[in-house]
Design a protein around this ligand. Structure first.
Ligand code: SF4
Ligand code: SF4
Length: 383
């Protein structure tokens, strides 16, 4: 399997990804134990939140700290090289792209050029410090990429919290978060490193060809970011589980890379999104649609994350979102921001033609994990 994998494989050398789900559950326990050392910081942060802001499950706090610390360590230096004008131009274009989908193509071309000139990893890096100005630079850089919208809106609450403390106290707390992320980077390499080995080769051999492309940042994520997203997905599943179980109407959101032939797919528009019409009995999406008809869940094919949940009724539907490691977390946070209880399943590997492979590789998920999340027991009858 590793030979076929482009960036990661949850199957590793096994026949399926069952072992991965056992490993990620026990490693997440370890990460949460380690995060307990940040307890006073977590309590003070939660007490500082405005009642009208985003409410958080207690588990979302260590998740945010893990993500913030990891992302800061990866991009903190690069963020200091970005000046105001390109930052504003890139952020404006990213917002316009989401607001006016018909302009996407033209904007993507322009963003590819600007990203390569101003955000690319090929720039020399500067050293950053755990200070508010350097955190502001990071948030500005992340906004300019257009890839971290949900994360940035949460990190802004942390910025405001640290802004309310003395510079010394805020600096100590930010340093502790970066220390937690540093521990994570070392430890996750031992536990999860075998799943992301292919990413090293991808970044070295294929990634340089992503210059001038709009997905330059999205496809250049580092191994530690993949590992943080893997643990993050497990934490969010735990955090949102009860809300998900309370909601009887369930939809499974599948990415187009799971179709047998995405370019000729005959799925039709519906109020919630694209519905499979069953043109190919070998297509995994079709099989899941049939299983859902028997077991009481719907299946929707996703187009773009920017239009995800647009027009959905709040509080009526729970979802299981499926995506590859580099894109899943943004979708999960967007579901929370849209008041949609969510669970998630990672693709066993990535493979779409738009981002990862010249002709596209069909992707799949661990069905046992999906049915476990949906509380379906009789796997054989359902698949
Ligand atoms: S079976 Fe469904 S999802 Fe698969 S290609 Fe046909 S319409 Fe699209
Ligand atoms: S491989 Fe990832 S980015 Fe591509 S369609 Fe599938 S989930 Fe989306």
């Amino acid at each position: 399997m590793l030979d076929e994998a482009i960036t990661y494989s949850l199957r590793n050398i096994q026949a399926d990804s069952g072992q991965y789900y056992q490993n990620i559950a026990s490693f997440t326990d370890e990460v949460l134990d380690k995060a307990a050392s940040l307890e006073p910081l977590k309590r003070n942060f939660q007490a500082s939140l405005s009642p009208s802001g985003l409410s958080r499950d207690p588990l979302e706090i260590p998740f945010e700290l893990l993500l913030l610390g990891t992302i800061w360590r990866v991009y903190g230096g690069r963020a200091l090289s970005l000046s105001t004008l390109p930052r504003l131009a890139l952020t404006g274009l990213s917002n316009l792209r989401d607001g006016v989908p018909s302009l996407k193509r033209g904007i993507d071309g322009l963003r590819g050029i600007l990203e390569t000139l101003f955000l690319s990893p090929f720039h020399s890096l500067e050293l950053f410090q755990p200070t508010l100005p350097h955190l502001d630079a990071l948030l500005g850089w992340l906004s300019a990429t257009g890839e971290f919208k949900q994360e940035v809106s949460r990190f802004r609450d942390w910025r405001n919290y640290w802004g309310s403390l003395s510079p010394t106290k805020a600096g100590e707390e930010m340093e502790a978060v970066l220390g937690f992320a540093s521990w994570f980077e070392d430890r996750c390499e031992q536990v999860l490193g075998s799943y992301t080995l292919p990413l090293e080769r991808f970044l070295e051999e294929k990634y340089p060809k992503y210059r001038w492309r709009e997905d330059l940042i999205a496809c250049g994520r580092k191994r530690v970011e993949y590992h943080a997203n893997m643990v993050g997905a497990e934490i969010l599943n735990r955090a949102y589980r009860e809300a998900f179980l309370r909601q009887p109407k369930r939809e499974v959101l599948l990415p187009s890379c799971m179709c047998n032939h995405p370019e000729q797919c005959r799925a039709k528009e519906s109020p919630l999104g694209l519905r499979c019409t069953g043109c190919d009995s070998d297509c995994r999406v079709h099989q899941l649609r049939n299983a859902g008809a028997k077991k009481g869940f719907g299946v929707i094919l996703m187009k773009h994350q920017s239009s995800l949940f647009r027009g959905w009724p709040a509080g009526e539907i729970a979802i299981v979102g499926v995506a590859c490691v580099s894109t899943l977390i943004g979708g999960g946070l967007k579901a929370k921001a849209s008041s949609i209880p969510a669970q998630c399943v990672l693709l066993d590997h990535c493979g779409c033609r738009s981002h990862w492979h010249e002709s596209g590789i069909k992707t799949d998920i661990n069905l046992a994990e999906l049915y476990h999340l949906l509380e379906i027991d009789d796997l054989k009858e359902s698949a």
